[in-house]
Design a protein around this ligand. Sequence first.
Ligand code: FES
Ligand code: FES
Length: 157
Amino acid sequence: MTISVTVNGVRHERAVEPRLLLSDFLRHDLGLTGTHVGCEHGVCGACTILLDGEAVRSCLVLAVQADGHEITTVEGLAPSPDTLHPLQAAFREAHGLQCGFCTAGFLMSLIPFLRDHPHPSEPEIREALSGNLCRCTGYQGIVEAVKLAAGAAGAAP
Ligand code: FES
Ligand code: FES
């Protein structure tokens, strides 16, 4: 099938197999390898992207289901190559990552969360993070990063 998707503001038209996962489409067809793949069955959250502004697990979506829709991946967050998005800057500042494998998924899950909850409480932050797995940080640095982003520059995409 031929699909047309807009990814990080750029329109792409591609012929794809109907069974192709959106995560594989982004990584292999478009070369956007910032979207990571951990479990490939909806558990770890590493593959989270924005589909029409909402966080979804791209390993649970077929590429053909994204036809006609807008996608944002982690590559689309920073406003320029030498400027981090405020949420990325907060992760760096608060040590919200170690190996970084999970980070893109956390960032993409948190963008709509902070849009909808600009001043979240710590329980709300922890609830929001509960769908993403991190094997390194113990989560405390990530929680601090979200507080920093919410309290400082905000985190609108
Ligand atoms: S790779 Fe998609 S949720 Fe783990
Ligand atoms: S920083 Fe390594 S898995 Fe989260």
